[in-house]
Design a protein around this ligand. Structure first.
Ligand SMILES: [Zn+2]
Length: 442
């Protein structure tokens, strides 16, 4: 029985597929990186003396969960590697308990809009991935599906980069799509407002320029198209506007194939608390009021929102004007994008814990539903025999202070991250390992 085992994890709080609460268990992992057996008891090294010491992990009272599958990440290599490339991005993922990421088709140059461009992406990624990486595409639909992309992304508003144009209503009629759901109506009265406030560094100036109505316009259109062309699922990325939730709820209850994600920052930050000049909190759609955040939480808890992702989208400091004095930073001109890949788990858990959520909730929002969204539900997002041994071991009671998050204290410290049976991050033994074990999921 022994020779095929490459790693064993035992502990008192393991969240397997069968359990709602973490329970005592032992997981055996084979040499192919798959979970080969799960026993509902704690084991000791004495039963595995044929293994080396470092092949036996006693997780103790730490929680053992499926690794996080973050299906909305911008790695900007090639072309904008200094914003974030495969090496830096996937190392951050590994340190945060994320075992799979799906890369968005922008903001690399070229964007992932053709098979050729996808090949440039995968060439750039080879040997630089510490976790598994899949890809979305845009535009060139059928050939890109055949080449292995996991979905498509379209914008109904200016994407912010010239090489990725926005789609119009016509394009939406024959495509499967993920939508950046903000849209100005051509003849409508709810264009983004012109803001005259002269305090450049005030967050509210930007916040007011992207009102909820932009999201409501887009989501109304997407819901209508999704109902009409119901053979493919439409997906709304990074929902921020809680006032659009009723439209989504109605569509879903009518059986329209529609899914929705929101992001860590919308569930954790609020507009009221963004200090002057903190352009690192600028993203689109914007972080909104505290009352809005509570409604997003309700929609997540009742299942209207399917899952939570990072929309990790870094850039260089100068594009955020972070090299200038806070009072000189123009919120309207700063690049929009928040970097949360490494901290998603503690950011979400800290808020979830206050609301009495379970580890089962967490794993549903972070792993199970995201894996399903990109068609990986048969091998990732769950701890089950036959599945990839993608695992995060973390201490949900331990706290730490995160400087980028305004010095807030968060619950949840990642101890070890395991990708297909390989320990890629070990907090107590050197952090990130040297070898990039990540696979390209194409
Ligand atoms: Zn994004």
């Amino acid at each position: 029985m022994s020779s095929h085992i490459s790693l064993v994890i035992t502990g008192s709080r393991i969240l397997t597929s069968d359990s709602i609460d973490p329970l005592p268990a032992t997981i055996e992992i084979d040499k192919n990186g798959h979970i080969s057996a799960i026993f509902s008891k704690i084991s000791s090294f004495d039963s595995y003396t044929f293994l080396e010491k470092n092949q036996f992990i006693d997780a103790g009272n730490n929680v053992v969960m499926p690794g996080i599958v973050d299906t909305h990440v911008h790695l900007n290599e090639p072309g904008r590697t200094d914003w974030e490339g495969f090496e830096t991005g996937t190392k951050a993922a590994a340190a945060g308990g994320v075992t799979t990421i799906i890369d968005m088709p922008l903001n690399s140059i070229p964007p992932t809009t053709t098979v050729n461009n996808l090949m440039q992406k995968t060439d750039a990624a080879k040997g630089k991935c510490w976790v598994d990486v899949g890809f979305y595409g845009g535009n060139d639909l059928v050939p890109l599906i055949n080449a292995g992309v996991k979905g498509f992304k379209g914008f109904l508003i200016d994407s912010g980069v010239d090489e990725f144009p926005c789609v119009n209503e016509q394009d939406g009629q024959n495509s499967v799509f993920m939508f950046h759901a903000e849209m100005e109506l051509v003849n409508g009265d709810n264009k983004s407002q012109e803001i005259s406030d002269e305090i450049l560094s005030c967050y509210d100036r930007f916040h007011q320029s992207r009102p909820q109505s932009l999201e409501i316009n887009a989501i109304t259109l997407i819901s209508r198209l999704a109902k009409e062309y119901n053979t493919v699922r439409s997906h709304i990325v990074h929902l921020s506007a809680a006032n659009a939730i009723d439209i989504i709820r109605k569509s879903k209850s009518d059986g329209v194939p529609l899914s929705v994600e929101t992001c860590f920052h919308y569930l954790s930050l609020s507009a009221e608390e963004v200090p002057l000049g903190r352009t690192d909190f600028k993203c689109a759609p914007p972080v909104r009021e505290k009352t809005n955040q509570e409604k997003l939480w309700q929609a997540l808890l009742d299942g209207t929102i399917d899952f939570v992702v990072s929309d990790h989208s870094p850039c260089t400091l100068d594009l955020k004007f972070l090299d200038e004095k806070p009072e000189d930073r123009d919120f309207l001109k700063a690049w929009g994008g928040i970097s949360t890949l490494q901290f998603g788990l503690p950011v979400l858990w800290t808020e979830a814990k206050k609301r009495g959520c379970s580890f089962h909730n967490l794993t549903t929002w972070l792993s199970k539903n995201t894996a399903k969204h990109v068609g990986l539900q048969e091998k990732k997002g769950d701890l089950k025999v036959g599945y990839d041994a993608d695992i995060v071991i973390w201490d949900p009671e331990k706290t730490f202070e995160a400087t980028p998050y305004m010095g807030r204290t968060f619950y949840g410290v990642v101890k070890q991250t395991i990708v297909r049976g390989n320990i890629v991050y070990n907090a107590e033994n050197g952090g990130i390992i040297d070898t990039p074990y990540g696979d390209l999921l194409v």
